[in-house]
Write a protein that binds this ligand. Structure first.
Ligand SMILES: [Fe+2]
Ligand SMILES: [Fe+2]
Length: 340
């Protein structure tokens, strides 16, 4: 029996520090146990909840209301809770959680695009137009044709299941950001092949449209069969090679250089690279890709304020995938508050 969100159910974007809320109806994902800083104190449960205004990490302390296994299998929950003030400013705690059936109207839960999507589209178009090499330019225009099969999948895709740019439009934002970083470095280092670098940057993660599938209604992002077996690096390289082969007169040497930049953009084999970077352009692309992902992690922590429990200090965040590291985003927050 489909459920429905109560009319007075709060949206995530409307919650403010100090608020108590009732009957909040959210999508849920990524439930996990996390240890208290004092490990003898045991574990609490951390989940990510979302609606069509965004997503947020939430916590269940002291006797989690539902077992972790139940939360893992849940897609929608109804919760009561509160938003903290003081040193845990912005942290959302759940006090009552009930798993519910999928609501009849899913529009309330549709994953929103994040950031300035129109600006990211425009930046991507500007970068394509800036490529002067006629072969690379023709390739980019063909792959990213607005009426083609790839563009509608590409522009809405997330760049990852978690870690960085893992939201609708994240892939477009990330690839444009990497290309912009590469362009700035190409300006400072004029002996580089700027057009090879920008073309590869725009295309470097194109294989992600085959590697992952995203259900915008449920918010679930998961790996496809091809994603598990082949991965976006090789999938992307094959896609680009096959598109280049269809363009009359596309030089084989340029095709191989482009493939090399895509195959090596994760830098080292332990991070999934099929080849180590063997030229300056490949080194720069892999560094800019890494930089974009790491800075996005800081920005993501800035948006998901409230993750202070692991260190007890405002602005410090734990990294679930790297328990030995913490991130400080207090400076970024200061800068954002000054500019707003
Ligand atoms: Fe990648
Ligand atoms: Fe990337």
């Amino acid at each position: 029996m489909p459920d429905s969100a109560p009319l007075d159910a709060p949206l995530l974007a409307d919650l403010r520090p100090g608020d108590s809320f009732f009957n909040a109806t959210w999508r849920i994902s990524l439930a996990e146990h996390r240890a208290y800083k004092n490990r003898d104190a045991g574990f609490f449960v951390v989940c990510t909840v979302a609606d069509n205004t965004g997503s947020h990490e939430v916590r269940c302390f002291d006797k989690p209301p539902l077992a972790l296994e139940e939360l893992h299998s849940a897609t929608f929950v109804r919760c009561d809770g509160k938003v903290a003030t003081g040193s845990f400013h912005g942290q959302i705690s759940l006090e009552k959680v009930q798993i519910i059936a999928a609501p009849a109207d899913l529009s309330r839960f549709e994953m929103p695009v994040q950031g300035d999507f129109k600006a990211h589209q425009a930046r991507f178009g500007d970068l394509i137009r800036s490529v002067r090499n006629p072969h690379f330019h023709a390739l980019l225009k063909e792959i990213f044709r607005r009426d083609g099969e790839i563009w509608p999948c590409f522009e809405g895709a997330p760049a990852a299941t978690n870690m960085h740019h893992n939201y609708r439009g994240g892939l477009l934002e990330h690839c444009g950001e990497v290309a912009l970083l590469c362009e700035r470095l190409a300006g400072a280092l004029p002996h580089l092949d700027r057009d090879l670098l920008i073309t590869a940057a725009l295309l470097h993660d194109i294989g992600k449209i085959e590697e992952m599938e995203c259900d915008f209604s449920s918010g679930k992002i998961q790996y496809t069969h091809a994603g598990h077996l082949v991965g976006h690096i090789v999938l992307g390289s094959c896609l680009v090679a096959s598109a280049a082969e269809k363009i009359e007169g596309f030089p084989t040497r340029l095709k191989h250089e482009l493939m090399h930049l895509i195959l090596s953009h994760h830098g080292e084999p332990e991070y999934g690279a099929a080849k180590r970077p063997m030229c300056a352009e490949a080194l720069i692309l892999s560094q800019c890709d890494n930089l974009s992902a790491k800075i996005a992690q800081c920005a993501g922590k800035l948006e998901g304020e409230g993750d202070f429990a692991s260190t007890g200090q405002n602005g410090w965040h734990s990294l679930p995938h790297a328990p030995q590291r913490t991130l400080y985003v207090g400076k970024m927050r200061e800068m954002r508050e000054e500019s707003s």
